[in-house]
Write a protein that binds this ligand. Sequence first.
Ligand SMILES: Cc1ncc(COP(=O)(O)O)c(C=O)c1O
Length: 395
Amino acid sequence: MGHEEFSFETRLLHNRHKMDAQTGAVSVPIQHASTFHQFEIDSFGKYDYARSLNPTREALEDIIAELEGGVRGFAFSSGMAAISTAFLLLSSGDHVIVTEDVYGGTYRMVTQVLTRFGIEHTFVDMTDFDQVKQAIKPNTKAFYVETPSNPLLKVTDIKAISLLAKSIGALTFVDNTFLTPALQRPLEIGADIVLHSATKFLSGHSDVVAGLAVVKDEELAKQLYFLQNSFGAVLGVQDAWLVMRGLKTLQVRLEQSQRAALEIARFLESHPAIEKVYYPALENHPQKELQEAQASGAGAVLSFELADEDAMRTFVSNVKIPVFAVSLGAVESILSYPAKMSHAAMPQEEREKRGIKNSLLRLSVGLENPADLIKDFSQALEKLQVNNYVLSQGE
Ligand SMILES: Cc1ncc(COP(=O)(O)O)c(C=O)c1O
């Protein structure tokens, strides 16, 4: 039985790096060497210099390639380094169509950096296929998809976008940070490049910043390798090891957090102080069916709106369990304020156009008992007054 026949959770542990061939060590050795002795003058060994290739980073690159169903993986010093390096596949004069409520750092890269190099962009609501088609220009070379999107959890049809991209000879990039290959494998349904902030669920413990990219085509792999080595934003070996350590428990972490996320989403949805809940597994999510068709779960991130900014502030000040912080995808629940955190790089006007209100919070559900989280949120919500109705029994 080859590794490829194992189910996903087994492959997280039993892949070709499950033990060191030389020693039998059941943890990938951390190879700190920045350079490697060459035994021949004219023909170098597989490893010559660690920016170009390093065995520890290579192990992580192999593992993520296998998990995403690609031919080659690449590890970078952050999610943004992975995304920025992938954008270097484009050239001056090219045009990219981008999901409208994309992660704020990607928005900043597209609007303030790529533009200086003559790479144009159009933001569209990718849930509206007609809008996507209308945005196509003769120089469109890539579609940049984030699904579910950050922070409004909109779901884009990866297959439809990939087919459209192919029909005009363009590439499809998918940021798979929110779901990971445990729940969604974009390369298997048509995408060309999968990108990750491995800082999030893949590593899972809020202790490493890392990025990954995977491609399914050998030619594209060569091009991305050339860019990784040229740009040089590679992942350090200690961090590569931390990501590999985190990956081993990805499936159990995500499944548990996902179950809790649905319970919490349902609780919030039924609470009178909550205006709206965004979570693709809820019955009223407009792309629930699509989410079920292209992924095996809705993930562990949800967003919700309170009545106004004051209510949001009161809630955040009273909530006790989650950390109030940038980031997501960790063992501890993380409550974030997109307007000031993930989407601070997006001007208020642009945020408003996209529906990212100042009363919106994003919750990444961790591994706490969901009953404790619900209890905590209930007491924080009791401090609010909604529609002149005093929820707190004490007042
Ligand atoms: C969806 C998404 N993509 C990319 C990134 C960027 O990753 P990093 O912070 O590791 O550079 C983030 C970070 O929050 C993210 O949420």
